[in-house]
Write a protein that binds this ligand. Structure first.
Ligand SMILES: *[C@@H]1O[C@H](CO)[C@@H](O)[C@H](O)[C@H]1NC(C)=O
Length: 271
């Protein structure tokens, strides 16, 4: 019983605190972890408890005259929400009167899985390669690439790109936008090569990318926006708990019933 309750609690807490990462990506990471026999998520995962991922996909944005995202976005409907400087939703969905402040994303974590066949990479050389690639391709200066972690068994590369809070001269959203397009879909640039990192002359290309955004002000998303899949998990776990309780209850009753019948028989033989 205690185990069931604990399980329920763990699932519940996990659902409340985590953003909705695409299931396919979670499964992929899990497979790599399993192959390695340990937790490759140790090098990746959320950079901060308040980090968000983009689970909404594309919408029709309203832009400021300088090209920034307006803090309120409605996708041409009556349902509106707040976005950060990268255009990623950072509030629950509300009506047209929702109040939003402009909030800058100052830190992004790129969690990439590179394609196989290049052997284990040297992490120092890898960092240099990534700095060069981000500078050439997205004009991100090298000193913004703060940290690069690498797990060779999981082929996972985790890159933290961070600017000073309050710095409005750098926009990290462009890099993430182009990178996601470059890695997941067709490159946006015509006649451009796919995103590649050169490590000691070896070209390393990426198979997948997940981007975490950390905003200067924490987001205000609550668990009202659970997707059907996660609600289904909660329902199933709740049902298991209820079934367990019922089973315990009926087993208890049966035990008592047998006991009282035996008592009755004993009384009869005595008389
Ligand atoms: C925005 O609207 C389009 C078309 O109406 C829809 O396909 C898309 O899913 C919407 N995006 C969001 C984030 O609501």
């Amino acid at each position: 019983m205690k185990v069931l309750l604990a399980l329920f609690f763990v699932v519940f807490v996990d659902v409340v605190t985590s953003q909705l990462i695409p299931k396919c990506y979670l499964m992929k990471a899990e497979m790599y972890r399993a192959k390695k026999g340990q937790n490759t998520r140790l090098i990746g995962g959320k950079p901060e408890e308040t980090a968000i991922v983009d689970n909404d996909g594309i919408y029709d944005p309203v832009c400021e005259s300088n090209g920034n995202f307006k803090a309120v976005q409605c996708n041409g409907t009556d349902v509106c929400w707040c976005v950060n400087s990268a255009g990623v939703r950072r509030s629950d969905k509300g009506d047209k009167n929702i109040k939003c402040e402009p909030v800058d994303t100052y830190w992004v974590r790129l969690e990439m899985i590179h394609k196989g066949g290049v052997g284990a990479l040297d992490v120092v050389k890898l960092k240099t390669g990534i700095q060069n690639a981000l500078l050439e391709r997205y004009k991100i200066s090298k000193d913004l690439v703060k940290d690069v972690k690498y797990d060779d068994k999981g082929r996972m590369i985790v890159v933290d790109v961070q600017k000073l809070k309050g710095d409005r001269t750098v926009d990290l959203s462009l890099m993430t936008y182009y990178m996601e397009k470059d890695i997941k879909a067709l490159p946006l640039y015509t006649n451009s090569a796919p995103f590649e990192v050169s490590v000691e002359g070896t070209k390393v290309s990426m198979e997948n990318i997940l981007v975490y955004y950390v905003d200067e002000v924490p987001p205000t998303i609550t668990m009202r926006n659970l997707t059907g899949g996660i609600i289904a998990v909660i329902v199933v776990v709740s049902l298991v708990v209820v079934a367990g309780l019922l089973a315990l209850f009926f087993l208890g009753r049966q035990g008592k019933a047998r006991y009282s019948k035996a008592q009755a028989r004993e009384l009869e033989t005595m008389s």
